[in-house]
Design a binder for this molecule. Structure first.
Ligand code: ACO
Length: 441
């Protein structure tokens, strides 16, 4: 048996038979062969034909969609975007090229690259009224709170790109989001420190422009360091997409109802904010500061291992990676180099992090559970050295992940199989019972 399913592009080569031991009924389910990774059983007929739902909290065994964008092999520590290894992209590409790759499916040629850069550059300014919008926030608001609000509000400013059924409008919305995210992120930062907003500049690259709007001031020239710019660009590449993680799934779920792309990306930002997801980079630095010195590492490892203690080693563990996160490997390699070039000769937190990693890796608890450092473990150290406050770390993650969210959102809208996302449940509440009047309760 070999046919291309009518429903999805994956090849069906075999079936799996499910038998209900109560009714004796059997059902043959098609099994899709992915290009890479595990085979996927198509359970769509299970409820219709057998009246049985599947139970999978956290979606640990569920493929929620078909996707051609990103592949992760969690056992081997492999991450591919459109087939290209993250290590190659981090070393040889640049962030806007990776954006093009994720959005359009292939690397651009020179003319396509120049054209895409020009398009993005032309969208970097935000509506002037957005500047006043910021003043509604408290100065001490967390920049992620500002991001959720302002990005959601983009749908109130860019009406001409909210029709999700128009491919041109979808693409314009994608370009706007990628282009304006650094401007909004830099504004959130400037607002929090009481400095004036800076307009974007067309003569800078994407990442230089972000650093310009973040760190420059109108009253003095402060040249952008090429080392810093390259390091930042690499961090953006490493965070650009990551398959069907919590925030991406949130964007897809929000988008499945037909919500506009700006609202969908705002929902992704909200999901990313949590410490189990994008908020972990902030949590790692807070944790390292709390640990403070190498001699306290065993005490904190003990806390992490104690099932009655809610403390977890932040920046360790991953739902999919059961070996070293390849993004963490790239960052670890570049951390020393970046710090050196930034003139940070001795970074105690980096030394503490490396020692923590070393001791944890030798510990049976972490070995047994295959807990390795994830991307957040080293990113915070580099970001802090570049001058960002800890509260901005997750904002930078959101900035970089926007392209992944939008590429996945576009893929979903264009997928003929797409339906509104609507999981079912295993109900364990009360059965139907009569209403009890207030005076009889
Ligand atoms: N510290 C201590 N123990 C851990 C950690 C950790 N960081 N992570 C997992 N464990 C333990 C769990 O307690 C569990 O132990 P048990 O089997 O004895 O009950 C086992 O390892 C498996 O962990 P789960 O929680 O079942 O794994 P899950 O896939 O649900 O969670 C997660 C993954 C949320 C990333 C988790 O590892 C975690 O909380 N890590 C710290 C936060 C973090 O760094 N998040 C960033 C993720 S990467 C990203 O979003 C970019």
């Amino acid at each position: 048996m070999e046919k291309v399913s009518e429903a999805v592009g994956a090849v069906v080569r075999e079936t799996i038979t499910v038998t209900d031991n109560v009714t004796g009924k059997s059902l043959e389910l098609p099994v899709f062969h992915a290009t890479e990774g595990p085979r996927v059983a198509d359970i769509r007929r299970l409820y219709r034909d057998m009246g049985i739902l599947t139970y999978d909290p956290g979606f640990t065994s569920t493929a929620s969609c078909e996707s051609e964008i990103t592949f992760i092999d969690g056992d081997e520590g492999v991450l591919l975007h459109r087939g290209y290894a993250i290590e190659d992209l981090a070393e040889k590409s640049d962030f806007l090229e990776v954006c093009y790759l994720l959005l359009y499916g292939s690397l651009p040629n020179a003319a396509e690259k120049a054209d895409f850069e020009q398009t993005i550059t032309m969208h970097t300014m935000v509506h002037e009224q957005m500047r006043t919008f910021f003043s509604g926030f408290r100065r001490d608001a967390h920049p992620m709170a500002i991001m959720v609000g302002v990005v959601g509000a983009m749908s109130a400013f860019y009406h001409d790109s909210t029709d999700i059924h128009d491919p041109h409008q979808r693409m314009v919305a994608s370009h706007r989001l990628i282009a304006k995210m650094p401007t909004i992120a830099a504004m959130a930062y400037k607002y929090s420190i009481g400095q004036p907003f800076l307009y974007p500049r067309n003569d800078y690259s994407y990442t230089e422009n972000f650093l310009h709007m973040t760190f420059e001031v109108p009253c003095a020239d402060k040249p952008i360091s090429p080392v810093l710019s390259r390091a930042m660009d690499r961090i953006f590449i490493l965070h650009a997409d990551h398959e069907q993680n919590a925030s991406t799934s949130t964007v897809r779920l929000a988008g499945s109802s037909g919500a506009n792309p700006f609202a969908c990306i705002a929902s992704g930002i909200a999901s990313l904010w949590g410490p189990a997801h994008g908020g972990a980079n902030e949590a790692v630095l807070n944790m390292l500061n709390e640990i403070g010195s190498k001699d306290r590492i065993p005490e904190y490892l003990q806390k992490a291992k104690d099932q009655n203690d809610p403390f977890r080693l932040m920046g360790f563990g991953h739902r999919v990676y059961k070996s070293y996160d390849p993004r963490a490997a790239v960052l670890k390699k570049s951390a020393d180099e970046v710090l050196d070039e930034l003139g940070v000769r001795h970074e105690p937190l980096l030394e503490l992090a490396m020692e923590l990693e070393r001791i944890a890796q030798e510990d049976e608890y972490f070995q047994d559970r295959k807990l390795f450092p994830n991307v957040d473990f080293y990113s915070g150290i580099i970001l802090r050295a570049t001058g960002f406050p800890v509260s901005m770390f997750t904002v930078l993650f959101a900035l970089a992940r926007t392209v992944g969210w939008i590429a996945q959102w576009m893929e979903m809208i264009e997928d003929p199989v797409q339906k509104i996302g609507r999981p079912r449940q295993l109900y364990t509440g009360k059965r139907r019972r009569p209403y009890v009047p207030l005076d009889q309760r």
